[in-house]
Design a protein around this ligand. Structure first.
Ligand SMILES: Cc1cc2nc3c(=O)[nH]c(=O)nc-3n(C[C@H](O)[C@H](O)[C@H](O)COP(=O)(O)OP(=O)(O)OC[C@H]3O[C@@H](n4cnc5c(N)ncnc54)[C@H](O)[C@@H]3O)c2cc1C
Length: 373
């Protein structure tokens, strides 16, 4: 089939890899003039890593392996020590923090992306779709997939024009060679307190992915404001704050889409943030986009006549899984200090039980780990 993908981000490129591998003719129309490689790093959990393997683009040896993820309070108490190495043993796929640029370039291999092609409209007909880009050019295909991010033009054309809503949280993030004692290891650390959360993850090549989730807006030079608000978050955070400046960081508002049962009609559907943007607190946005790509590349083994039903099946499979993640992400609970009774209960749980619970939680939001397509 002739398949058009709007958007050459992580989701669109992953889908292209899966579809090309299955023998389809694939065109990726990307609005930007080149691959968008900014945006620090992603954590790819076992479900995302499994999807990548199934799409024929397994994670390479780039990025930083995460064996442990520790959550501390700003006062220095450890709340949770998640054994991600055990999760990897249970699922067969490790957890990695990878620079966004490395993953996007990895996925783009062998994909012919058409740049500066901003999709502005989609017309769905009984026998296919017509996509119009900002130059006025019209593109015919059997299927169009809107993988064009949370401001999706395809979503506006085939679903609704309600924008994703912002809450009061913002992430300030960067990827730099700082705090070598963490950057060179396999332990990620998150520190939670009244000002919000600081996360620090080793991301390979001596780089540390770091971010600050804050609920009070920052106006003016962010580095000085963050240094002030997060003073007293312990020695690792102090070491980080001493080394970062305004030019190292970007801000991302937390946005959320309503996730309906249907994501399109006829030969049109959505994937990734276009369908289900949610706050980054569960670090699952890219992972869920990869899951979408894995399921969609499998259901599109259908004949052209069966395409609309195959796309609706994909949406029915994915919507309940992503709603679960979205509900957790919207609560922003990882960004808030954990109540003392919950902290006590967690500290009493044996490490093996915690790892089993974590792996079960990942399976609960995964189509890939449940082989569901
Ligand atoms: C601060 C922050 C941290 C995050 N950390 C993680 C993490 O650790 N793990 C994780 O799994 N997720 C994380 N996420 C979420 C993740 O970034 C997104 O969920 C993921 O990028 C979605 O991929 P996508 O391909 O759907 O959309 P995008 O990555 O947004 O890609 C969309 C692409 O479409 C293009 N485009 C836009 N409009 C058009 C148009 N009209 N026509 C053609 N092309 C268009 C864009 O230029 C872009 O290339 C984080 C998000 C934020 C904000």
């Amino acid at each position: 089939m002739e398949i058009l993908i709007a958007g050459g981000g992580v989701g669109g490129l992953a889908l292209a890899r899966g579809l090309i591998g299955a023998g389809h003719r694939v065109r990726v129309l990307e609005a930007a003039p080149a691959l968008r490689t900014g945006g620090a790093a992603f954590t790819i959990f076992s479900n995302g890593a499994a999807a990548l393997a199934g799409l024929g683009a397994p994670l390479g040896d780039f990025g930083g392996r995460l064996d442990t993820l520790r959550f501390d309070t700003a006062a220095g108490q450890t709340m949770v020590n998640a054994d991600l190495a055990a999760v990897a043993r249970r699922t067969g796929f490790r957890v990695v923090s990878t620079p966004r640029a490395r993953l996007v370039e990895h996925l783009a291999q062998g994909v012919d992306v058409e740049f500066s092609r901003q999709v502005v409209d989609v017309e769905v007909r009984p026998d296919g779709v017509t996509v119009t880009d900002a130059t006025g050019a019209r593109h015919e295909a059997d299927v169009v997939v809107g993988a064009d991010g949370h401001r999706s033009a395809v979503r506006r054309a085939v679903l609704d024009d309600t924008p994703a809503t912002e809450n009061e949280w913002t992430t300030w993030q960067g990827l730099t060679a700082v705090v070598p004692e963490l950057a060179g290891g396999t332990t990620g650390v998150c520190v939670v307190g009244p000002a919000g959360l600081v996360g620090m993850l080793p991301s390979g090549d001596g780089l540390l992915q770091w971010w600050f989730d804050v609920h009070e807006p920052i106006t003016g030079a962010p580095a000085a404001v963050l240094a002030d608000r997060f003073a007293g978050y312990g020695p690792l955070v102090s070491a980080l704050l001493a080394k970062i400046g305004d030019a190292d960081m970007e801000a991302f508002r937390h946005v959320t889409h309503r996730i309906p049962d249907r994501w399109g009609n006829g030969g049109a559907t959505l994937l990734g943030d276009a369908a289900h943007a949610f706050p980054p607190t569960q670090a699952q946005g890219a992972n869920q986009a990869l899951e979408d790509a894995w399921v969609l590349s499998r259901v599109l083994r259908a004949t052209p006549a069966a395409v609309p039903e195959a796309l609706r099946r994909y949406e029915r499979l994915r919507a309940p899984r992503v709603r679960k993640v979205s509900r957790r992400a919207v609560s922003e609970r990882t960004n808030k200090p954990v109540p003392a009774p919950v902290r006590l209960l967690t500290s009493l749980m044996p490490a093996g039980l915690l790892a089993a619970a974590y792996a079960a939680q990942l399976r609960g939001v995964s189509s890939v780990l449940n082989d569901e397509h």
